[in-house]
Ligand binder design. Structure first.
Ligand code: NAP
Length: 369
């Protein structure tokens, strides 16, 4: 196969959705391994933030839109591997679940070279029988993909977290603005998964160390209800906000009304406030890794990846939602406060600093030469 013959620097990976939230982590993981990366996006001019993730010339952006098959064929023409991260949470105009999530995976697979590895990101909850259009379209996308390429690799993550995510950050933003936060699906269980861990699994699939022809379900080390996770956000950001569990009929009505208002305002409502009827339907089912996936090794455990707990990462990017940001930490610091890792290292008599064993010359030594 390609991977066995040529080193990563001579292999091109096309990443649809590389400009999105998960895309940033995937592009970084691929660049670190040395692959050449082609980010296929509708707006290549807005993908410049990806360039510093690799060496000069390693990452390029190309114009492609999954609604235009010719642009897809052009984007994969020279690719040794193709990754599809494109997904939407709600439809708007021509951006439909049918085109982007149900049909595009097969289109991409058929356009790619027959020996290219195809890696696709779906979502836990993908289900052809679901009442949710999102969940059905994800399942149809997987089916179409496997019909074209039975050896493709599919990853279904639970809710993703990391700097810039749409989950913890969204609730932190809402709690900053609202005194009362109505929660649809407060008791629904989630398994938040670090985007960096999912990117490692995807990069492993490009390397060829993840067996294809399977659907992997990826979740973090903890399963928590939505209410517990939102309470964690409130505690981390030191915000007070009354959480109200919405009964399902009220939540469904809220979804219908919000969806209507969002459409009527041509999408002008702030995204953080909008929850559609389809999203409420999704919330009616737990979003956790299935027993079958765990048993059959179609999980992080099976891939030999230890998933990261959200407590290890989330506080670092929610700190800006505190009333006085990071300065709160210093102001409230008592004798038992955790060390300030950014403070200059002490050189006092009790310090562990041993200039003699340092790898470089001490500043004083260098200056005296
Ligand atoms: N975020 C989560 O918690 C979560 C959970 C489970 C599963 N997933 C799945 O993981 C994948 C990545 O999610 P994400 O959070 O990274 O999404 P995201 O940040 O919204 O990124 C979506 C990407 O899709 C691209 N895109 C949208 N419409 C397109 C079109 N017509 N043609 C080409 N590209 C298009 C966008 O690129 P441009 O706008 O630059 O073209 C963007 O890069 C999705 O499949 C999602 O369903 C996400």
């Amino acid at each position: 196969m390609i991977g066995a013959i040529r080193p990563p620097a001579q292999q091109l990976v096309t990443v649809f959705g590389g400009s999105g939230f998960l895309g940033r982590f995937v592009v970084r993981a691929l660049a670190k391994r040395g692959y050449r990366v082609l980010v296929a996006t509708r707006r290549p001019d807005l993908a410049n933030h990806l360039q510093p993730l690799g060496m000069v010339g390693q990452i390029h952006a190309i114009q492609a839109n999954l609604r235009y098959p010719e642009s897809v064929r052009h984007a994969v023409a020279k690719a040794d591997h193709v990754i599809n991260l494109v997904g939407i949470l709600q439809e708007s105009g021509p951006q439909s679940f049918g085109t982007l999530q149900a049909e595009a995976p097969q289109l991409i697979a058929e356009a790619a070279a027959p020996d290219a590895r195809i890696i696709h990101v779906s979502a836990i909850g993908a289900d052809a029988q679901s009442e949710s259009l999102y969940a059905r379209s994800k399942a149809e996308g997987e089916a179409g993909l496997f019909a074209a390429r039975p050896d493709a690799t599919v990853f279904r993550p639970s809710v993703l977290f990391g700097p810039g995510d749409g989950f913890f950050t969204r609730f932190a933003a809402l709690a900053r603005t609202l005194p009362v936060l109505p929660l649809a699906g407060a008791d629904t269980r989630f398994q938040p998964v670090y985007a960096g861990d999912v990117a490692e699994a995807i990069a492993g699939a490009v390397d060829g160390t993840v067996p294809g022809g399977r659907v992997y379900e990826l979740g973090g080390p903890q399963v928590q209800t939505l209410r517990t996770l939102v309470e964690y956000v409130l505690a981390t950001t030191e915000r007070r906000c009354v959480l109200v569990n919405l009964p399902w009929p009220v939540a469904r009505m809220q979804g219908s009304v919000m969806g209507f208002l969002d459409r009527a305002s041509l999408g002008l409502l702030p995204d953080d406030f909008v929850i559609t009827r389809d999203q409420v339907t999704l919330l009616e089912r737990d979003n956790v890794v299935s027993e079958a996936a765990l048993r059959e090794g179609r999980s992080f455990e099976g891939l030999g990846i230890t998933p990261t707990a959200y407590e290890a990462i989330v506080p670092s990017y929610l700190v800006r939602f505190r009333k006085t940001g990071q300065f709160d930490l210093k102001r409230n610091a008592g004798p038992s406060a955790p060390p300030d890792l950014l403070a200059p290292e002490s050189t006092g008599p009790d310090s562990n600093l041993q200039p003699g064993t340092a790898s470089g010359p001490a500043i004083g030594q260098q200056a005296s030469r």
